[in-house]
Design a protein around this ligand. Sequence first.
Ligand code: TQI
Ligand code: ZN
Ligand code: ZN
Length: 169
Amino acid sequence: HYSFFPGTPRWPANRRDLTYGFLPGNELTDEIKVVFSSAFQKWSAVTPLTFSRTDSFLTADIKIGFYSGDHGDGEPFDGVLGTLAHAFSPPSGRFHLDADENWIVSGDVMRSAVPSAVDLETVAVHEIGHLLGLGHSSVEDAIMYPTITSRTRKVELANDDIEGIQWLY
Ligand code: TQI
Ligand code: ZN
Ligand code: ZN
């Protein structure tokens, strides 16, 4: 079953059209932008929320960045595997990914030659759930289930995720 953060934080009713921006200096291919766009679309399809990319990182509601190791928020990344990414509850909008992962951007993560390959869209859909206010779920098929085995690709919302997000929005 789905869960929320303590106090049930969510984006307020006057902030339903959210922007997201990428940390300047991260080199992002169009493929990476498509992965995030697709991940946001999974959630906008089942809520009144919309997500659009802005070039203005500083004013973006959701700030996405790839960082290595200690990056100043007290939750350092740890190199390959371990912590992959973290996102903070609403209305923080901070969404950090571990730059040291072997991110699979497009292509089949199951067939990757790299044992530690991690599917970027799978992690992005999960972290966006956190950004919107979902905690972890006890339902194994849910996007918000707290563990994945390496080389998983899981990008379709389960009924449990949809029920949780629709309770919030
Ligand atoms: N990052 C953890 C996560 O996003 C960070 C975390 C731990 C957390 N406890 C939390 C965030 C409680 C919010 C609330 O769950 S992670 C997965 C999963 C991670 C894990 O790097 O371990 C995914 C990132 F669920 F598959 F294990 C993405 Cl998909
Ligand atoms: Zn961080
Ligand atoms: Zn999580």
